[in-house]
Design a protein around this ligand. Structure first.
Ligand SMILES: Cc1cc2nc3c(=O)[nH]c(=O)nc-3n(C[C@H](O)[C@H](O)[C@H](O)COP(=O)(O)OP(=O)(O)OC[C@H]3O[C@@H](n4cnc5c(N)ncnc54)[C@H](O)[C@@H]3O)c2cc1C
Length: 397
């Protein structure tokens, strides 16, 4: 079987890009990974990797599989017990459990910033490379052009550059690539607490996901972001995710009095959510945020020379916890198809056509997650929502 020399350019060193680069490295396929960041973004959150965890473990080298525990917000939380305790959904008005979505195979919480830092080890990764444009030549190659004036040429460029992907804009144009902004106020911010309160919250909160719909059409979740010192609760960092349908001029313009607006929405909430919002420091920083999605549309992959993966290919809300899992699934499929090309089983065009078909099909989750987001704000009908029917399994399984 003829082996083809291949060079892959991966744009974006988030979950999808890192997983692709490791998978290619495992199969000795040449790869240049680039990211626009020079320092980590200030935004941070945790994700629950469930069904895609074995895929990630298959893509990583053994030394990094052994370090996945260090990527967790709480490095002492075993994967098995996180799965046994599952995703907890309470009634926001009473605090009572509505449903516990179990995942007996185990789930791993992963903190995004730690994950990006740890999984970038051992890769050919260049920072400060902001992709601006793609061009294609007559030698069946693609060139990625960066803001610093440099470029990189290879057989295929994969855009793993997140929800507002520039690679997607290059492939589809501004209009078709533009994200849709959902009509919800959205806040995502970290906080710390005095030792006794931090210990209390840690003891009552579900360790992976603890979320609730409230009859007043509102969603709130409490999560752990980091436990830098397991013995010192004042170092523990938690975070809140909260969404409600935009109802006022202040929500519409996303005015900066975010804590005031959040507190004005808290009447009728039960613990642990109620106390947590009361205890927040009055000068806490809550940045501007929006819920943005993008439903995949077929793109021209330029004879197999350019494609998309992860949020670049399908950006969704977090309400069913699927975006990161799908980013890993895309990575796994991309690597498999590139191995098919390398080993002469498929042409690059056929391999990328097949890969793209799968990515677009998996993008049905964008709509499922949008429905789940809507259901979290529709208390009466919440029990008919996708998490009740599908849990946190992938669509179509
Ligand atoms: C609050 C929250 C909770 C979530 N919870 C879950 C969960 O429980 N389970 C789950 O599965 N998913 C969850 N997700 C979704 C998950 O985080 C994303 O789907 C996943 O991180 C996407 O990874 P990615 O690699 O596609 O994109 P990203 O992580 O966004 O990475 C993109 C990378 O591309 C780089 N980049 C961007 N533009 C350029 C450019 N022009 N040139 C070069 N580099 C560029 C960026 O710097 C970045 O490093 C959640 C998301 C949020 C926001």
């Amino acid at each position: 079987m003829e082996e083809k020399p291949l060079h892959v350019i991966v744009v974006g060193a988030g979950l999808a890009g890192l997983a692709i680069a490791h998978g290619l490295r495992k199969h000795s396929i040449s790869c240049q990974l680039v990211d626009r960041e020079t320092t980590p973004r200030d935004r941070n959150w945790g994700i629950t990797l469930s069904w895609a965890l074995p895929l990630l473990e298959g893509l990583l080298p053994p030394d990094l599989v052994a370090r996945l525990q260090d990527c967790q917000p709480d490095t002492s939380l075993p994967v098995a017990s996180a799965g046994e305790q599952g995703v907890l959904i309470r009634d926001g008005a009473t605090g009572a459990i509505k449903i516990r979505v179990l995942y007996p195979d185990g789930v791993r919480r992963m903190q995004i910033q730690k994950t990006k830092r740890i999984l970038s080890s051992g890769l050919n990764l260049q920072h400060g490379k902001k992709l601006l444009d793609l061009t294609y030549d007559t030698l069946d190659q693609a060139t990625a052009h960066f803001a610093d004036g440099t470029s990189e040429t290879g057989n295929v460029v994969v855009g793993a550059d997140g929800g507002s992907s520039q690679v997607r804009r290059c492939l589809l144009g501004e209009e078709a690539a533009a994200q849709e902004v959902l009509p919800y106020a959205f806040m995502n911010f970290p906080f710390t607490l005095p030792a006794d309160k931090a210990r209390w919250l840690d003891s009552v909160m579900n360790p992976s996901v603890d979320v609730a719909p409230h009859p007043k059409s509102m969603y709130m979740g409490l999560f752990l972001l980091d436990k830098p010192d397991l013995e010192r609760p004042t170092t523990w960092v938690f975070y809140v995710l909260v969404t409600w349908p935009i109802a006022s001029e202040e929500d519409e313009v996303n005015s900066e009095n975010r804590l005031e607006r959040l507190r004005a929405h808290m009447e009728g909430w039960a613990d642990p959510y109620k106390s947590v919002v009361e205890w927040l420091a009055d000068d806490i920083t809550i940045g501007a945020d929006q819920l943005r999605i993008w439903h995949p549309k077929k793109w021209d992959n330029q004879d197999g020379r350019a494609t998309l993966a992860g949020d670049a290919a399908h950006s969704m809300t977090f309400h069913r916890g699927q975006g990161g899992n799908l980013a890993i699934k895309d990575a796994d499929e991309f690597v498999k198809r590139m191995v098919d090309v390398k080993e002469g089983r498929l042409s690059l065009k056929d391999a990328m056509d097949e890969y793209d078909k799968g990515v677009v099909a998996r993008g049905e989750e964008v709509e499922i997650s949008r429905l789940q987001a809507a259901a979290f704000h529709d208390y009466e009908n919440f029990d008919n929502s996708p998490v009740f029917k599908m849990g946190i399994k992938p669509a179509g399984s």
